[in-house]
Design a protein around this ligand. Structure first.
Ligand code: 5GP
Ligand code: ZN
Length: 136
C-alpha cells in the first residue's frame, strides 16, 4: 500500500522522477539527494513500511540479495575500496524518512566519512545481566 503523504512512496513508484540506478517490481534504488560519498544510494520498496520492524518477511528477504547486486554494480562502475550498508529505525537511531530504506554507501580511501561506533568497556557482570534480561 502507498501512503499519500510519503515522499519515498512517490519516488519509489515513479510519481516523482528520481535518479534511479535500478528498478524491479518490488524496489527502486536511487541516488541519495545528499550523498555521504560518491554513489551513495537507497534501496526503497515500492510498498510503504515505516521501518524494518514493519517490513514483511517476503520483502525483507529480498533486500540483502539486492544490496549485493548493487554492491557489485557500484564496484564495477565506481571502484569503491569499502562499503557500508546502513539502515536506521526511529529518530534516535537517525531515521529521518519514515518509509523503510537501506543505505548503500560506497567508501573510498580518505573519503572523510566516519560511521564507526564508539566502543565502551562494560562493567563486571554487565554483559551477563543484559543477557539474562534478553534471554529469560
Ligand atoms: P535516514 O536518515 O532516514 O536513514 O535517511 C534518509 C535519507 O534520504 C537521507 O540520506 C536523505 O539525504 C535522503 N533523502 C531525503 N529526501 C530525499 C529525496 O527527496 N530524494 C532523495 N533522493 N533522497 C532523499
Ligand atoms: Zn512511503
Amino acid at each position: 500500500m502507498k501512503k499519500d503523504d510519503c515522499i519515498f512512496c512517490k519516488l519509489a513508484n515513479g510519481d516523482i522522477p528520481t535518479n534511479t540506478i535500478y528498478e524491479d517490481d518490488d524496489f527502486r534504488v536511487f541516488l541519495d539527494a545528499a550523498p555521504a560519498t560518491k554513489g551513495h544510494c537507497l534501496i526503497v520498496p515500492k510498498e510503504h513500511f515505516d521501518n524494518l520492524e514493519q517490513l514483511d518477511d517476503e520483502t525483507a528477504a529480498k533486500v540483502f540479495p539486492l544490496a549485493r547486486k548493487m554492491m557489485k554494480l557500484l564496484k564495477e562502475k565506481l571502484s569503491w575500496d569499502g562499503f557500508n550498508v546502513m539502515q536506521n529505525n526511529g529518530t534516535v537511531a537517525g531515521q529521518t524518512v519514515f518509509h523503510f530504506h537501506t543505505h548503500l554507501i560506497p567508501r573510498y580511501k580518505d573519503d572523510g566519512q566516519d560511521f564507526n561506533m564508539k566502543p565502551s568497556e562494560p562493567a563486571e557482570g554487565e554483559l551477563e545481566a543484559v543477557l539474562k534480561e534478553i534471554v529469560s
